[in-house]
Design a binder for this molecule. Structure first.
Ligand SMILES: Nc1ncnc2c1ncn2[C@@H]1O[C@H](COP(=O)(O)OP(=O)(O)OP(=O)(O)O)[C@@H](O)[C@H]1O
Length: 238
């Protein structure tokens, strides 16, 4: 079984003229098969933290970030474009963006198979099972442009899980959906991930929905001092 993600003393800073945002993570641990939800007010750093965890953004100096005995923070030492970093990102994570992020020139089935191709692990039977599980058989041969937003989100979930990564990172995956569709998409994401023993790290504004699905919350708090805003995740272990 893959080890969990563990971050300690994590930080990253953004600067735009005088304006500065600093994200601070005292302590964060997520195990495979577990779901956690990042919550916090708009601008508190949820997306930034997902990017940090998903190896899409370099951590600040002194950040400890590991997966088992793999030092993930050290992968950035050779620059953002090094192949080891990209390979680790692909192996460890599937991503569900807020509104699908699908390739418009590939069919639904081809979109779902894409991460398997990129990660060198083709598995047609696995794709077919996901298409079936997420109720996408009728649209598998269509282009994403012909789908509803809810259908696109289900395709994005299938795509994120297709190469059986140990973790899926989902940035407000239900934000663009109506109430019923949001429930359906979240249920499919959590259930399918549980079946594959995939950890889910998602961000959400919808605290009531998160609570209804029994997903533990990690809450980012913000403090403003002049032009500097700090978003902090205090020491929490799930
Ligand atoms: N270049 C920059 N310089 C300074 N601050 C920045 C810069 N880019 C983004 N920020 C700030 O970073 C903070 C974190 O942004 P982030 O998108 O992670 O927040 P969020 O919690 O995901 O917000 P939302 O819920 O609205 O999506 C915000 O307060 C934003 O204003």
């Amino acid at each position: 079984m893959t080890a969990g993600l563990y971050m300690r003393d994590g930080h990253v800073s953004l600067r735009d003229g005088d304006r500065q945002f600093r994200l601070q993570i005292d302590h964060l641990q997520v195990r495979p098969g577990q779901a956690v939800a990042l919550t916090g007010t708009s601008g508190s750093g949820k997306t930034l933290l997902l990017e940090l965890l998903g190896l899409l953004r370099a951590p600040g100096r002194g950040t400890r970030y590991v997966c088992g005995d793999r030092d993930l923070a050290a992968l950035w030492d050779r620059g953002a474009r090094n192949t080891e970093l990209a390979a680790m990102r692909g192996r460890l994570f599937g991503f569900v963006p807020q509104t699908g992020g699908l390739m418009p020139f590939l069919t639904v089935a081809e979109n779902i198979a894409l991460p398997q191709r990129v990660n060198g692990c083709p598995d047609a039977a696995g794709c077919a099972a996901l298409i079936d599980r997420l109720g996408l058989n009728a649209v598998a041969a269509l282009m994403p442009g012909a789908l509803s937003i809810g259908q696109r989100q289900r395709v994005a979930i299938a795509r994120a899980l297709a190469h059986r990564p140990p973790f899926v990172i989902a940035d407000e995956p239900t934000a663009a959906l109506d109430n019923d569709s949001a429930d359906g998409v979240l249920e499919l994401l959590l259930e399918t991930a549980r079946q594959q023993e995939t950890g889910v790290i998602l961000s959400s504004h919808d605290i009531a929905r998160i609570a209804r699905f029994g997903v533990p919350r990690l809450h980012l708090t913000t403090r403003t001092r002049g032009a500097q805003v700090t978003g902090t995740l205090a020491g929490l272990t799930c």
